[in-house]
Design a protein around this ligand. Structure first.
Ligand SMILES: Cc1cc2nc3c(=O)[nH]c(=O)nc-3n(C[C@H](O)[C@H](O)[C@H](O)COP(=O)(O)O)c2cc1C
Length: 314
């Protein structure tokens, strides 16, 4: 028997595989037993009812996809009366992703969503700060710190900060989130991108730009996970292009304590249960007794010798 459990602060998950926010819904219960997952992560919810972005909201790019869904939301009341009760039939920890456009709004929704049945809150700070210049909170250490301090003051539940790859200050943002009281980091959200139809010359997304997800994002997210895991001592949850068990293991070795799977579920709705089974087989085959032995086990000693790992190689 191998031990698939993983610890994320005060939470212990029975395995390290969970869905990425916005790519998972209760519809999947018709495809596999949702109880097999390490955690359930909901689509981001906002306090207000939101319609989302203009269509088209998704398009394919080679091997990956772009989306500009724009966080349509039925609002927090619907979430509390309809969504949370659905997940209460499972023992699997429920992680609720929240978003807002100001620090005070973040604090308000964080407080209101801290209800029985919620095990942790994922704070989606990859959304624009409309009180300043519209840049995503997670692009800067100062706005990351501001939001995470506000939500920390509003809830006793574990708080996960979801970072963005759209920053040149990955480690500074990670450290700011930790110092402000985050219990874990989710690394990361999508990378701002664009695609144009060469026949119509129109952007392929209704809102011009959108977030790149899927295999093209993987090396970037993996690099960020590695940097974050080296910079903070709270757990890091890897997310970005994880499409099979080999990808998941790579993230664990880079320093992730768990992984989130997004776009790959659109291609194969059974990919998460398959990954859990394949992870167990990998551990058995390699004589590894627990997932925790993999976490952060990257053999980087030679590469780090004389190299400042935070800086890009030429
Ligand atoms: C269609 C779609 C909707 C998404 N919605 C959300 C969301 O509501 N909140 C959020 O934090 N991330 C959202 N994401 C980002 C994913 O959670 C994840 O961070 C990103 O897709 C990278 O993982 P992947 O390459 O495995 O898809 C969404 C991604 C996609 C493709």
């Amino acid at each position: 028997m191998v031990d698939l459990t993983t610890r994320l602060g005060t939470l212990t998950l029975k395995n390290p595989v969970m869905p990425a926010s916005g790519t998972f819904s209760d519809d999947l219960a018709g495809v596999f037993d949702l109880g097999c997952l390490g955690a359930h992560v909901t689509k981001t919810v906002t306090r207000e009812i939101r319609g989302g972005n203009p269509t088209p909201r998704v398009c394919e790019v080679r091997g990956s996809m772009l989306n500009s869904i724009g966080i349509p939301s039925k609002g927090i009341d619907h979430f509390i009366t309809e969504v949370i009760p659905f997940y209460q039939r499972y023992e699997t920890p429920l992680v609720v992703s929240i978003s807002a456009h100001s620090g005070d709004d973040f604090a308000r929704i964080c407080e209101e969503i801290s209800v029985p049945g919620v095990a942790a809150i994922e704070v989606n700070i990859s959304c624009p700060n409309i009180e300043e210049d519209g840049k995503a909170f997670a692009m800067r250490p100062s706005s990351t710190r501001m939001v995470m301090e506000k939500v920390r003051g509003a809830s006793d539940l574990p708080l996960w900060a979801k970072l963005t790859p759209n920053t040149g200050e990955t480690t500074e943002v990670a450290i700011a989130a930790q110092e402000a009281g985050a219990d874990a980091l989710v690394v990361s959200n999508t990378l701002l991108s664009m695609a144009i139809d060469i026949h119509t010359r129109k952007p392929k997304l209704g809102s011009l730009m959108g977030g790149l997800s899927g295999p093209s994002l993987k090396p970037i997210a993996l690099r960020m996970v590695y940097q974050c895991a080296k910079s903070v001592n709270i757990p890091v949850i890897g997310c970005g292009g994880i499409s099979n068990v080999e990808d998941a293991i790579e993230f664990l070795i880079a320093g992730a304590s768990a992984v989130q799977v997004g776009t790959a579920t659109f291609i194969n709705p059974l990919i998460m249960p398959t990954m859990i089974r394949d992870l167990e087989a990998y551990l058995i085959k390699h004589g590894i007794s627990s997932v925790s032995e993999l976490v952060g086990s990257v053999d980087d000693a030679a590469a780090l010798d004389g190299v400042v790992f935070m800086e890009a190689a030429p």
